[in-house]
Structures are given as structure tokens and as C-alpha cells.
Design a protein around this ligand. Structure first.
Ligand code: TRP
Length: 330
């Protein structure tokens, strides 16, 4: 099993990243060879603030390590430090079809009404993502629900390339959405919106850097409804905020929603919220402490990322070479 996944360096981590992706990465480190990277080339597809990007890469790397990504076991690096990503992406732009990319829902969402003014990179974003995983012959790619379509595209690209050039170079990657924790953590203010860095309300998300008091306060003020919790998960239908909070608890405790409900059925949020706040604080406080320590030594973060890049390059270079040969560039 070869696991590859990336995350955009948006700065710090929030609970959505942590439960939806990072804690799954951490668990997978025991199951296979893992490569995790900061997708800083992908960050160029929207407006760029160079100083901010530089800072965000370090901050995100520190947050990943603090959360349990272990650079001694997993290969942790920044995408732009391994130039094979960009080079293979260019080769694969000859394989990917316009029609395939035009179906990508993330592009439609991100470009919105302003498609004509979007960067070309935003359109070809999924081709770079395909290169990210195909370079390393990834077998499993842990991603959130919203990235499944991009992974299916990577499979289509791999298949067409292998066919067109009569080779077996690329492994077809499996999107891996399961893995225990909640696939999707929603905003604490609106159960129908994903928890997101771009939500203007700080109260909508919990950050790795939040103090215990802030965490408790955000949970106290989280939107809910007046009904008690049911025993059966199907009765959470139509109660998006309730379902979200129960889902967060289940993910933290790594047990099914049924088990959480069995404990709290018949009780209201007056009982559930303090228990949830305690569980969150127990999860985040040690990560926050480690993050503060890591932040005090940025040179060490840079060194860790450079060691990771070195290891990644050793795996990526032969694949790019084979791809160049297959298309007649060598
Ligand atoms: N597009 C992914 C996201 O926004 C990040 C990403 C880039 C990624 N390259 C990847 C994820 C390769 C998995 C594999 O979440």
C-alpha cells in the first residue's frame, strides 16, 4: 500500500481538516508507506500573497507534525520542492481532455460567475493533482468527499496514458474516503455549510490554536435545536446542526454515531455540549502545545521539509523519466 495525499497550505489547521483528513493520515502511517505534502503549487491557482504563502507553508507543516504526522515514518514535503510534480502535470495536460475538466464541480464552484477571469491554473488544477498521485504510484489516496471527483479523473488520465502509449506505467489510485473519522465537519453556525477557513465568522470553526476557554465558548454558542437527542441516527435527518455535533463527538472518540447516541439519547444539548467541549479540549490541548514548541524553531521545520523532499524526489524522478520516454521525449 502506497498512500499519497496533499493539503493546501492555507495557514493553520481547523477541526474540519483535522477530523476530515489529518487524523486519518496519522492512522495510515502504520498501514503503509505514506507521502504527505503541502500543495503549494495548487495555491497559485487563486490570488497569491507571496509573504503569506511562505508563512502558511511553515505554519501548516508545523500543524501537521503537531497533529501526529511523523516525518520519521511518513515522507513530508512541499510540492514545489519536487519539480517532477509540475513536469509530469505538463505531460498529463496532453492526455487530459477539455470535456473531462469541464465536468469538474470544484472548478464550477470556485470560478462561479466569473469563469472568464479565473486563472487557467484553476481549470487545470485536477491535472496537477493527478500528477501528484501518479508520480508515486499511489494505491490509496485519502481525501474528503469533495475531492473524489478529482481522484476519478486521475484514474481516467492514468488509464488513457497507459493505453495511448502502450505502457503500464501508471497505477490506478483508489480514492479512500473511509478511515474511521467524520468525512465532513460542518460550520458550528450553519449545519449546511462545510467548516472552512474562508468563513468570515471565527465562531464557525475550531482552530488548533484555540485556547481551552475559546473551544468551550465556541461549543456553548454553537447552533443547535431545542429537541433532545434521539437513540436512532436516522432521526437526526433534518437536524443538520445536531447531526454535526454528534458526528464530531463520534469522530473524536473513534466510535460509531450509534454509540454516542446510546449514551446521550433523551438528553438535550445542555448535557451534550459540555461533554463535547471536554472531548475537544482533550484532543486539541496537547496538539496546541506541540505546535507552539515547533513554531519556535522555523529552521527545523525547513530542514524536515527538505529531508522529505529529498526522499520524495528519489521516488518521483524515475516515474517522470519513464513518462518522458513513453511519450518520446527521451
Ligand atoms: N485538492 C486537494 C484539496 O483541496 C489537495 C490536493 C492536492 C491533494 N493534490 C492532492 C489531495 C493529491 C490528495 C492527493 O483538498
Amino acid at each position: 500500500m502506497r498512500v499519497v495525499s496533499g493539503i493546501q497550505p492555507t495557514g493553520g489547521l481547523h477541526l474540519g481538516n483535522l477530523l476530515g483528513a489529518i487524523l486519518r493520515w496519522v492512522r495510515m502511517q502504520d498501514d503503509g508507506e505514506c507521502l504527505f505534502f503541502l500543495a503549494d503549487l495548487h495555491a497559485l491557482t487563486v490570488e497569491v500573497d507571496p509573504e503569506q504563502l511562505r508563512a502558511n507553508v511553515r505554519e501548516m507543516a508545523a500543524a501537521l507534525i503537531a497533529s501526529g504526522v511523523d516525518p520519521a515514518r511518513a515522507i513530508l514535503f512541499r510540492q514545489s520542492a519536487v519539480r517532477e510534480h509540475a513536469e509530469l502535470a505538463w505531460v498529463l495536460q496532453g492526455t487530459a481532455r477539455m470535456g473531462w475538466l469541464e465536468r469538474m464541480t470544484q472548478f464550477k464552484e470556485k470560478s462561479g460567475k466569473n469563469k472568464e477571469r479565473s486563472s487557467v491554473g484553476l481549470f487545470t488544477y485536477p491535472v496537477l493533482q493527478a500528477a501528484d498521485v501518479l508520480l508515486y504510484h499511489a494505491t490509496h489516496v485519502p481525501v474528503g468527499e469533495d475531492q473524489k471527483q478529482h481522484l476519478e479523473l486521475a484514474r481516467d488520465i492514468a488509464l488513457k496514458f497507459n493505453n495511448d502509449f502502450d505502457t503500464e506505467l501508471f497505477t490506478l489510485p483508489e480514492p479512500f474516503v473511509g478511515g474511521g473519522t467524520a468525512a465532513r465537519v460542518m460550520s458550528l453556525r450553519d449545519g449546511s455549510a462545510k467548516m472552512s477557513k474562508s468563513d468570515p465568522s471565527e465562531m464557525s470553526r475550531i482552530q488548533l490554536t484555540d485556547s481551552d476557554e475559546t473551544i468551550a465558548q465556541k461549543i456553548r454558542k454553537a447552533r443547535t435545536d431545542p429537541a433532545p437527542l434521539p437513540a436512532d441516527p436516522s432521526e437526526l435527518a433534518g437536524r443538520a446542526e445536531a447531526r454535526n455535533l454528534v458526528g464530531i463527538m463520534a469522530a473524536i472518540q473513534d466510535r460509531p454515531v450509534e454509540a454516542v447516541l446510546a449514551e446521550f439519547a433523551g438528553q438535550g444539548f445542555g448535557a451534550f455540549k459540555p461533554a463535547l467541549a471536554d472531548a475537544l479540549i482533550a484532543l486539541i490541548a496537547p496538539l496546541r502545545a506541540r505546535l507552539e514548541q515547533l513554531r519556535s524553531d522555523p529552521a527545523e521545520i525547513d530542514r524536515i521539509l527538505e529531508v522529505g523532499a529529498e526522499r520524495a524526489r528519489a521516488l518521483a524522478a524515475p516515474t517522470l523519466d519513464s513518462a518522458y520516454r513513453a511519450v518520446g521525449l527521451r
